[in-house]
Design a protein around this ligand. Structure first.
Ligand SMILES: C[S@@+](CC[C@H](N)C(=O)[O-])C[C@H]1O[C@@H](n2cnc3c(N)ncnc32)[C@H](O)[C@@H]1O
Length: 261
């Protein structure tokens, strides 16, 4: 499918270079925004997604260098997410993030020293994240070295996983927020990508990962009715833990090969 792209600064050279990182995305560039639908926006801050139906000043743009996500990455010490993964002194498990989304969780985990393979199925979400990783790497952000990104359906890629942790954060139900942000509105409008989230859990549990972790809204049912062995709770969300064995130093090895198929 062709996506509409708008490049008001006509930075074709830098835009073309950036598009080399996201070869899966087919874009029809034009000079002004369309009257309807979602469209891509390219400017000196990189790639963003906008919606003609929503205030043009709003956009979905991933930025690991400035703003809220940059602060979150820097601030993390012992948040529930890192504890759920089994991070402790001397142990930083390698992680497959089956639902990378806009990279919020995977950047935090990479920054504390976990090796991550981050997979995102939706072409535009994947492109926004890939472009943000490119910009962060260009700015010498060291945690980027811990992230291997794949635009892929993770259900098809995890069967060969033999160590580490598999993490999944499927889309929360729509009712969760009364006034969702543009980011959530756009992600929800792409919801077909999260059909049958229990498939993600089945695939993860079928692998030989040492532990599977699922993020859920605090009051939600267990995903696929699978009862976890334990939970780590935060204010509005919780992590359901499905351990297969104790994590050891062998679970910290970088993933090789099996996700590339
Ligand atoms: C709630 S978001 C994840 C948010 C992410 N944890 C973060 O911190 O930004 C869920 C994402 O999972 C992606 N997804 C769903 N099923 C997938 C699959 N089978 N393979 C890869 N990505 C998938 C969706 O496209 C969506 O972007």
């Amino acid at each position: 499918m062709d996506w509409v792209g708008v490049d008001p600064l006509h930075q074709v050279v830098t835009r073309d270079e950036a598009m080399d990182f996201i070869p899966w995305l087919s874009v029809r560039w034009q000079s002004s925004p369309p009257d309807s639908g979602h469209y891509l926006w390219w400017d000196d801050k990189g790639l963003a997604l906008k919606s003609a139906a929503i205030d043009a000043r709003s956009s979905v743009h991933v930025d690991f260098l400035h703003g809220a996500q940059a602060r979150r990455v820097k601030a993390v010490t012992g948040e529930a997410l890192t504890r759920a993964m089994g991070c402790q002194k001397g142990l930083r498990p390698s992680i497959i993030d089956m639902t990378a989304g806009l990279g919020g969780d995977c950047s935090v985990l990479a920054n504390v020293g976990c090796e991550i393979v981050a997979m995102e199925k939706h072409p535009v979400v994947a492109a926004l994240l890939r472009d943000a990783l490119r910009r962060a790497a260009d700015a010498d952000t060291t945690w980027c070295e811990n992230v291997q990104f794949r635009h892929a359906d993770s259900v098809e890629r995890v069967s060969g996983v033999s160590h580490g942790v598999i993490y999944l954060d499927p889309m929360f139900p729509k009712e969760r927020r009364a006034a969702p942000s543009l980011t959530m509105q756009v992600l929800h409008s792409l919801e077909q990508t999260t059909d049958h989230p229990e498939r993600l859990l089945e695939a993860a549990l079928d692998s030989d990962a040492a532990r599977v972790v699922v993020k859920r809204p605090i009051k939600a049912d267990f995903l696929g009715g699978r009862v976890p062995s334990s939970q780590i709770k935060a204010k509005t969300i919780r992590f359901d833990l499905y351990p297969k064995r104790k994590l050891t130093i062998d679970d910290c090895e970088r993933f090789q090969g099996m996700v590339d198929a």
